[in-house]
Design a protein around this ligand. Structure first.
Ligand SMILES: Cc1cc2nc3c(=O)[nH]c(=O)nc-3n(C[C@H](O)[C@H](O)[C@H](O)COP(=O)(O)OP(=O)(O)OC[C@H]3O[C@@H](n4cnc5c(N)ncnc54)[C@H](O)[C@@H]3O)c2cc1C
Length: 384
């Protein structure tokens, strides 16, 4: 057994004992003891170094300042339901917006003469939105669901995502309507609940402590995206020594999703339930109208800009640096200068948000800026 493995086991044993003690203390009227034990929680240092970078990835977030589109329209005798434009929160919102979109087809489906299991649905797109929509269709209606897509996982934007359950960067609050805000709130709630049911290694979803590192006290006033009730165990810390030099830290629990594991699992579930996948690129509406299916879901992400001439849909380019995995890092952080998500396949360091930039090429200057930003944060780590 290697020294690393012995250290890791000792660490895990220690962590298990500490969490057992914390749970026991919480069960008894020993709140101060539980708080003291919680305070001992170790924030392992992220080893940010250029020679630990294992890959640099770039993706284009499908962003609309007015928010995502969930709408139904007629395409001749067919029904076309749109579900696209989720910006930097497509994974987070996927089950919620897909549930709302699938609801839009209910009347059409139920009033059609053909209610048999032969009814056919088409889903355009095989990213997280297409896969979630396809699975919900399989669960809610009898029939055959086919996914048509130019690219499949692992070659979708959804595979590039961080992906923390955190519905941020998906619209401009100044540009949205009250109707959209309500739709967003409902989508967050539905989606959060659905992800909770998928927690475990099979889907690559787990609960994680997240630290929002804050310099300006006024930021603490801001409600967490989608509603405070979605973030259990929220606590405010004013302890710069422990929290990387930041005067304020908002700690909360949310879910971490490993996109490669997760999307593979959704695709597997889709096949098991009888789904079919066709690799196909659509050039325009006429191409889509030629499909044999009478109910079609548009989940083409940024592809919707060209396909449906939605000029409000723009790319927000994001570059991530991925470091060698560090199993001992068991928390995420988000700060004004970037974020860190520890995944099984690497430590994700984000990130950039470049509006209307279509380049998929890694930018070496951004690599340097991302690494230096996180090195600066880790300079203040307590265990150096
Ligand atoms: C750097 C970065 C970090 C991110 N981090 C997070 C995060 O932490 N949390 C989070 O929730 N979200 C995150 N996101 C956002 C998330 O990745 C997107 O919102 C989400 O992937 C959008 O999913 P989608 O299914 O709509 O699009 P995609 O994954 O792009 O899928 C679109 C599908 O449509 C197909 N398609 C497109 N056009 C056509 C066409 N003409 N014909 C046929 N098929 C077509 C594509 O081939 C693909 O299969 C991040 C994104 C980036 C880039």
């Amino acid at each position: 057994m290697s020294k690393h493995e012995i250290d890791r086991r000792a660490f895990l044993r220690g962590a298990a004992v500490t969490s057992a003690l914390v749970m026991a203390a919480r069960a008894l009227p020993l709140a101060p003891l539980a708080a003291a034990l919680d305070a001992e929680r170790h924030l392992a240092r992220v080893k940010v170094a250029r020679n630990r970078v294992i890959r640099t990835v770039v993706g284009l977030r499908p962003y609309r300042s007015e928010g995502f589109v969930i709408e139904a329209e007629r395409l001749g005798r067919k029904l076309l339901v749109h579900n696209y434009g989720h910006g930097g929160a497509g994974v987070t919102l996927s089950w919620g917006t897909s549930s709302l979109a699938v609801d839009l087809a209910r009347d059409f489906v139920q009033t059609r003469p053909d209610r048999s299991a032969n009814r056919r649905f088409a889903v355009l797109g095989c990213g997280v939105i297409g896969l979630s929509s396809a699975r919900l269709l399989q669960q809610r209606f009898p029939g055959i669901v086919s996914i048509y897509a130019k690219n499949l996982p692992p070659d979708t934007t959804s595979n590039i995502a961080g992906a923390l359950w955190y519905p941020t960067s998906s619209f401009d609050p100044e540009q949205v309507t009250a109707k959209f805000s309500e739709q967003f709130r409902v989508a967050c709630q539905l989606s959060n609940r659905a992800f909770q049911g998928l927690v475990g290694p099979d889907y690559g979803v787990r609960w994680t402590d997240t630290l929002e590192l804050i310099r300006n006290e006024a930021s603490l006033e801001r409600e967490l995206f989608g509603g405070a009730q979605l973030y259990p165990q929220t606590e405010i810390h004013r302890d710069p020594k422990r929290y990387f030099g930041f005067p304020f830290t908002r700690q909360f629990s949310t879910m971490m999703i490993e996109p490669h594991v997760y999307l593979r699992a959704l695709l597997r579930d889709f096949y098991i339930a009888g789904g079919k996948v066709v690799v196909k690129e659509f050039k325009n509406r006429q191409d889509i109208a030629r499909l044999r299916e009478s109910v079609i879901f548009n989940c083409t992400g940024l592809g919707s800009r060209a396909l449906f001439d939605d000029q409000k849909l723009i790319p927000v380019r994001g570059q991530l640096e991925v470091l060698l995995p560090q199993p001992e890092v068991d928390y995420c952080y988000i700060s004004g200068s970037g974020y860190m998500f520890p995944r099984r396949d690497g430590i994700i360091l984000g990130g950039t948000f470049d509006h209307d930039d279509w380049s998929l090429q890694p930018d070496p200057q951004q690599t340097t800026a991302i690494l230096e930003g996180h090195m600066e944060i880790m300079k203040q780590a307590g265990d150096q």
